[in-house]
Design a protein around this ligand. Structure first.
Ligand code: NAD
Length: 498
């Protein structure tokens, strides 16, 4: 059986803890590999390697640094099919979706090629008598990223590409459920010419994460995962003075106005609600039709579409979505469906009975659709992270606007309408970080930034885009005066611009 170790100092090393986790193949339900779970000492070895390598990398000129990323892009393109297959086999998502996972990461690497431009400082000549001022952006040193199972290519690239382009050394702690692709990405970065020690992968669970949080040499932590862990990481990282940006879970609403194009809206809802079996932080999990007529028209078209979703093994390129990531995840989602029924929501489509012929042990379930969901229900308040869409009927626009605005989570939201005035008002007033207008999954392109509000994001600054340069660098400001500009005598009051 494949045993996945760690990637430290430019090579794969075996774990020493004696503790491992199973890596499943969700489409068959089989254990396909084991991954080593790191100890504090193993994390420390990665930090020592990163610390030793970083000063030279930080002093390498920015143009040369991004040439490594340019070469890395070529290698990812060369190995794209193999990476996508490994990803689909460990995660469960379909091959086309796995390619999308890689591509959305690649787009941030492409953005990072322009980071030399964004790292430029500022300069003011003659800020005072004989005084010039300039600022520079310098790397933080050693930084870390802790990433979730659901985008094992995209989110590691979102984290390490900008950090490394800025001159930092990086320690990645990927999800222990699908560590194969992150390990391959680190090998490809080495092949692209990255010096050993600049990108390390430490596999593990809470023990490795806590070692990262407590390590005095790690200056910043970027986290993506569920909200309770995001909050924990944010608080514990801050206790040791680290910068921390921690992105959490979601409950993304789609508001459907009476004038929306219903066919396009239903297409958008099934894709964004059930794609990747709902295991996306930007999945639409709540549909809010405005008015009874809109709700009835929506349900009439939506029910047959959900009933006819094509579920298949990850290697079937015609499948709409594949299995969930683990049996535990499957059981959790099934349990939420039970809870919804007990709470009094109407289960309009029940996908729990779905069986995948030839793959009876895989972690499959069909799409589920709830109608008449209300604000007080757990299936509305909590993140389900599965192929389950809840319909909450709103009486009017104001009620529809309040629902996502008052929800604990604030990652993404969408409005479907032909009315520009309503769309503009919604975008301005809704209390959520990323908004789509007739766009169900409004993940911003790489040169904007990504970040949710409220319990979907703890800390300052968004991920990727210009914010990533701010997060992974510190600003130094130099005020200089040369002898010809120096006034005679000591000055005891605070210098001011007279
Ligand atoms: P998770 O919180 O279980 O795990 C995320 C990471 O934290 C993993 O690396 C895991 O090993 C580690 N971890 C887990 N439990 C821990 C603990 N007790 N102490 C310390 N570390 C711990 O999340 P997941 O199940 O891998 O991913 C799904 C979640 O991620 C969903 O909630 C989803 O909404 C969220 N997500 C958010 C975004 C975003 O950008 N906001 C993007 C993708 C996924």
């Amino acid at each position: 059986m494949r045993l996945i170790g760690h990637f430290i100092g430019g090579r794969e090393v075996k774990g020493t803890s004696g503790r491992t986790a199973d890596v499943f193949e969700p489409m068959t339900g089989m254990v396909q590999a084991k991954v080593d779970l790191a100890t504090k000492a193993e994390l420390r070895a990665a930090v020592e390697n990163a610390k030793a390598a970083q000063p030279e990398w930080g002093a390498t000129n920015p143009q040369r640094r991004v040439r490594v990323l340019m070469k890395f892009l070529e290698l990812v393109a060369r190995d794209n099919d193999a990476l996508a297959e490994l990803l689909a086999r460990e995660h469960g998502k379909t091959l086309p979706d796995a390619k999308g996972d890689i591509l959305r990461g690649v787009e941030v690497v492409e953005f990072a090629l322009g980071i030399p431009q964004l790292m430029k400082g500022e300069y003011t000549e003659g800020a005072g008598p004989g005084i010039d001022i300039y600022s520079m952006r310098q790397p933080l040193g050693v930084v870390a990223g802790i990433t979730p199972f659901n985008f094992p290519a995209m989110i590691p690239m979102w984290k390490f590409a900008p950090a490394i382009a800025c001159g930092n050394a990086f320690i990645l702690k990927p999800s222990e459920r699908d560590p194969g692709v992150p390990m391959r990405l680190a090998e490809l970065m080495l092949e692209a010419g990255l010096p050993p020690g600049i990108l390390n992968v430490v596999n593990g669970d809470k023990e490795a994460v806590d070692a990262i949080l407590d390590d005095p040499d790690i200056r910043a932590v970027g986290f993506v995962g569920s909200s309770p862990i995001a909050q924990y990481i944010y608080e514990r990282a801050a206790a040791t003075g680290k910068r921390a940006q921690c992105f959490g879970g979601a409950k993304n609403h789609a508001i459907i106005m009476p004038d929306a194009d219903m066919d396009q809206t239903v297409d958008a809802l099934v894709g964004a609600g059930y794609g990747a079996a709902g295991e996306r932080c930007m999945a639409v999990s709540v549909a809010v039709p405005v008015g009874k007529t809109t709700a009835d028209r929506l349900m009439e078209k939506l029910i047959p579409r959900v009933e006819n979703l094509k579920i298949g093994p990850s290697i079937d390129p015609t499948a709409d979505f594949g299995p969930l990531v683990t049996k535990e995840a499957l059981n959790r989602v099934r349990n939420y469906v039970e809870i919804g029924i007990k709470e009094g929501a109407k289960l309009a489509v029940d996908g729990r009975g779905f069986k995948m012929q030839g793959y009876e042990n895989g972690f499959y379930m069909g799409g589920c659709l709830f109608d008449n969901v209300t604000k007080d229900m757990r299936i509305y308040k909590e993140e389900i992270f599965g192929p389950v869409l809840s319909v909450v009927r709103a009486h009017d626009y104001d009620e529809a606007l309040r629902l996502p605005s008052e929800h604990d989570y604030g990652n993404g939201v969408a409005i479907f309408t032909r009315d520009g005035d309503a769309a503009r008002d919604f975008a301005a007033r809704v209390n959520v970080g990323m908004v789509g207008i007739n766009v169900p999954i409004p993940v911003p392109v790489a040169y904007y930034t990504f970040g949710g509000w409220k319990r979907s994001g703890f800390g300052d600054l968004n991920q990727y885009g210009p914010d990533s340069v701010r997060f992974y660098t510190k600003t130094k400001t130099v005020t200089s005066r040369w002898p010809s500009g120096v006034k005679e005598g000591a000055e005891f009051s605070i210098p001011t611009m007279k």
